[in-house]
Design a protein around this ligand. Structure first.
Ligand code: ATP
Length: 242
């Protein structure tokens, strides 16, 4: 569904963030992209959703295709309409608006029309806390609830594929579990394809079928999750074993 082939990305014509990176996310699968700070994970997602230009980033060599179509000249909002939704790092909700208005705004952004009640009910069914807090100002939600809201905004768009940037960042283990359970459920129930960027390999492996490990702008290892779990380097660097 998403295919990235041998891309090079440079910021401000000087900082090379990706060096010939390739990855594949097949339809209906959950794939994780792991790496330490600064490895280039966020840049990879921004390249896929065409957000780099906003930050003086540029894809040089290489090819990116979503559902077989070259995405490099498709505007980010058009990519959302085509079914690719990027849940960005830091959650990016409207802090001064209520939970409900955040969801309504997501539906307007999609096609200029208000969403259907069933769409909102589905988000509230996945995240009952959001239903309880639907009249509250989003900026006052806990970090975990804000991540749920960011996820809920993505669900309103009914994407075929979601790019998730470090959903576990800064959250308590129990909340992380809840977010990842939702990733698993949305994939199982709707067949939503997912590319999940993480530093927390333990939780990422609990949902993913396949994983890529990146360092300094390149993929250094890839494989099925059971194989990665048994790799001694992954165990010591990412899983804290040994
Ligand atoms: P983190 O987990 O810390 O978010 P990451 O793996 O997502 O890290 P990126 O944010 O993609 O890494 O950054 C990759 C490299 O590109 C880093 O060296 C970073 O300093 C650089 N970089 C990222 N964004 C910009 C930008 N807007 N301008 C210049 N350099 C950037």
């Amino acid at each position: 569904m998403l295919s990235i082939e041998n891309i090079e990305v440079t910021y401000h014509h000087t900082v090379q963030a990706l060096r010939g990176l390739s990855l594949e996310v097949p339809k209906g699968r959950i794939v994780t992209l792991l790496g330490t700070n600064g490895a280039g994970k966020t840049t990879t997602l921004k390249a896929a959703s065409n957000l780099l230009r906003l930050e003086n980033g540029e894809v040089g060599e290489g090819r990116i295709r979503f559902k077989g179509e070259d995405t490099r000249h498709i505007a980010p909002d058009m990519l959302v309409k085509k079914g690719l939704f990027h849940v960005r790092e830091g959650r990016r909700i409207f802090a001064e608006m209520t939970v409900e208005d955040n969801l309504i705004a997501a539906s307007y952004a999609l096609d200029g029309r208000p969403g259907l009640k069933a769409d909102f009910d589905k988000v509230y069914d996945f995240f009952p806390q959001l239903r309880e807090r639907r009249k509250q100002i989003a900026g006052y939600l806990s970090g975990g609830e804000q991540q749920m809201l960011a996820f809920g905004r993505a669900m309103i768009a009914q994407p075929e594929m979601i790019l998730m940037d470090e959903p576990s960042l800064g959250l308590a283990p129990k909340v992380v579990e809840e977010i990842f359970e939702t990733i698993r459920r949305l994939n199982a129930e709707d067949g939503t394809t997912m590319l999940v960027v993480e530093q927390n390999a333990g939780v990422a492996f609990s949902v993913a079928d396949y994983g890529y490990i990146m360092e300094s702008g390149q993929i250094v290892m890839e494989g099925d999750v059971p194989t990665l779990r048994n790799d001694p380097d992954i165990q010591s660097f990412y899983l804290g074993v040994g």
